[in-house]
Ligand binder design. Structure first.
Ligand code: LMR
Length: 328
């Protein structure tokens, strides 16, 4: 792995294109995997709008949604090669570069998205933005999507009912351990393949936010959604250290400002979609939403929480305790 990353870093030095073609504007390519009508899709479009308004003629932003340019399994390497400049993969997709961000995958760590927000804004949360700097990547900020629900072809009220079922997961060892803890079979697959895997019944279920389940139509091919809120999908807005430091100071300042505003906008969209997209799914009648009793929920917590201990060394006990404190 180390050789692989070192190779990429070297290639990046050799191949990286100059950020501005002679006399032309600086082009910022922003690649992501979700639909445009999601918190991330809307934040990316807002970022483009603000940058092109304020830096007209100097900077152009090209947004590529729906995995059009890269899936999350390739985008960070492409970024180190200078082929893309900004992306916002979910926090579950950075483990090749840092183990610290795995904290966001620990099941039942945060009681809601507001607790996640408090942790991200704390000194410990902010420190994580720079946790991959030595590997050439820099976090510009966090962006919310929301808490995860469990969709399946069967009603899942208790963890034992998931035994033997195949679930698509993001590329995260914590999420793999979470499903293994309930004796299910996790499969790491790109986001772009989830709908087809569900439709063809190659897998039985998946975990995702209301906005992703709605915008990618997973609810049309899953009969049940357990409202488990067992984890979170949030994003790290990421760029390469090289691209970022090469930007002229005044432009970098404006770009960061536009990003901060786009994130604030996207976060509002996230709060709204967590309610509105759930309602659209409910109203469609295509999926049955299962609300858990306190007792049923406790059974999920009991089954999944031992995963924390497994990753405590990699993530850091202090960091986990700091995150837990954000529940207030
Ligand atoms: C997933 O792969 O399920 C999510 O990370 C997609 C996303 O970007 O929200």
């Amino acid at each position: 792995m180390r050789h692989f990353l070192a190779g990429i870093a070297l290639a990046a030095l050799v191949l990286a294109a100059p950020i501005a073609q002679a006399g032309g504007p600086i082009v910022i390519k922003f690649s992501h995997v979700v639909a445009e009508n999601t918190p991330k899709g809307q934040a990316a479009n807002k970022f483009k709008e603000l940058v092109e308004q304020r830096l007209a003629g100097k900077v152009k932003v090209e947004v590529f949604p729906n995995s059009q340019l890269y899936g999350d399994n390739k985008v960070l390497e492409a970024m180190l090669l200078g082929d893309v400049h900004i992306a916002a993969p979910s926090l579950s997709k950075f483990s090749k570069f840092t183990k610290k961000l795995q904290i966001f995958d620990l099941p039942f760590l945060f009681k809601d998205i507001h607790a996640v927000d408090r942790f991200q804004k704390s000194p410990d949360g902010k420190k994580l933005l720079a946790s991959m700097k030595k590997k050439g990547l820099l976090g510009l900020g966090y962006l919310h999507n929301g808490t995860k629900q469990l969709s399946a072809s069967r009603p899942l009220r208790l963890p034992a009912e998931a035994k033997g079922l195949k679930f698509r997961i993001q590329s995260s060892d914590v999420l793999a351990a979470q499903f293994e803890a309930i004796h299910a079979l996790p499969l790491k697959k790109p986001f772009s393949e989830v709908f087809t895997l569900l439709q063809t019944k190659a897998i039985d279920g998946q975990e995702n936010t209301w906005s992703n389940i709605y915008s990618k139509k997973f609810f049309e091919v899953q009969e049940y959604i357990t409202e488990s809120n067992h984890g979170v999908i949030d994003y790290l807005i990421i760029t390469s250290v090289e691209f970022w430091t090469e930007l002229p100071d005044d432009i970098r300042g404006e770009v960061q400002k536009a990003m901060d505003e786009a994130v604030a906008f996207g976060n509002k969209v996230a709060l709204d979609k967590a309610v509105a997209d759930r309602k659209k799914i409910l109203d469609s009648g295509r999926s049955k939403i299962l609300e858990l009793t306190a007792q049923e929920r406790d059974a999920w917590v009991k089954a999944m929480k031992p995963v924390w201990k497994k990753f405590e060394k990699q993530i850091g006990k202090d960091l986990i305790e700091a995150a837990a404190k954000s529940n207030g």
